[in-house]
Design a protein around this ligand. Structure first.
Ligand code: ADE
Length: 273
């Protein structure tokens, strides 16, 4: 996979040299090219922004540097054999970046990121490139960052670990929270390793039992409990037909009750944490 990032803070992307993404680069599984947007400015101050039409606070990133940068990066990429680019625009007004979107992006051969500062990029840039390639406007969460660079790091890491051969153990992301499959829509439960006792704290006995069925059941119960506590929205989204007897027991203990039609469970209003 080829990644291009255009930014006014190239040094912000240094973490792409370390850990999982750095190793994938070193192994040639990922080609990363970071570009300084100001290389495509021609005035003394290397201006990349201007005041917004219609008034209002803040500044808007200008069309010309972005257009020239993207045209050249596309030309250079095609020249070196890259194909099927997709533009990834991190913005708090984008669609939510989820594991599903990460999976979709991991199947693309070429991603071009345009992290913005200030109030964002002149709309015409996304509209222009959308005529030539898929454009993903994505938000990594309901909060506003000072710029999209941190979002690029988040998205890159989530995508890179899904590339074939990047994670050591091919099964490592099978049980991820949010992974499609048996544990779909449940968070991962707690995990433990040696020593068996630490500061007087033992590990749950079932994990030492060697009984695979019991261990799987315990893991599911813990995942379910954690999800009901931390992400009630995920439980409410489930079709209750997917809940087994034990799930229902846990929900009930945690203060949930079924809707009259039995399809959804709601947290009782009177329950305190
Ligand atoms: N830029 C600023 N805030 C952001 C967010 N929450 N997600 C993606 N890009 C952003």
């Amino acid at each position: 996979m080829r990644l291009d990032v255009v930014t006014i803070f190239p040094e912000y992307l240094e973490p792409l040299n370390v850990s999982l993404v750095g190793k994938a680069r070193a192994r040639g599984q990922l080609g990363v090219h970071v570009h300084d947007l100001r290389d495509w400015t021609y005035d003394r101050h290397s201006t990349v922004d201007d005041t917004p039409y219609g008034g209002g606070p803040g500044m808007v990133m200008k069309t010309e540097p972005w257009g020239e940068a993207l045209d050249q990066i596309l030309a250079d990429g095609y020249e070196s054999g890259a194909r099927e680019p997709a533009l990834v625009v991190p913005t708090p007004s984008g669609r939510r970046f989820t594991q599903e979107v990460a999976l979709e992006l991991s199947r693309k051969p070429w991603l071009i990121f345009t992290p913005a500062r200030y109030e964002g990029i002149d709309r015409r840039v996304a509209d222009e490139y959308a005529t030539r390639m898929p454009v993903y406007e994505v938000s990594i969460g309901d909060y506003v960052l000072a710029g999209g660079e941190a979002a690029v790091l988040v998205i890159t890491e989530a995508v890179a670990r899904l590339l074939p051969g990047v994670l050591g153990n091919a099964e490592s992301h099978r049980d991820d929270s949010f992974a499609p499959g048996a544990m779909a829509d449940l968070l991962e439960g707690p995990v433990y390793t040696k020593p068996p006792e630490w500061r007087g704290r033992a590990i749950p006995e079932v994990l030492l039992s060697g009984h695979h069925g019991k261990i799987a059941r315990w893991r599911r119960d813990e995942a379910f409990r954690r999800t009901a506590r931390n992400r009630p929205d995920l439980i409410e989204r489930c079709d209750a037909a997917a809940f087994d007897k034990k799930d229902r027991e846990i929900l009930s203990i945690l203060g949930w009750e079924p809707e009259p039609d039995g399809r959804f469970w709601r947290r009782r209003a009177d329950v305190e944490e």
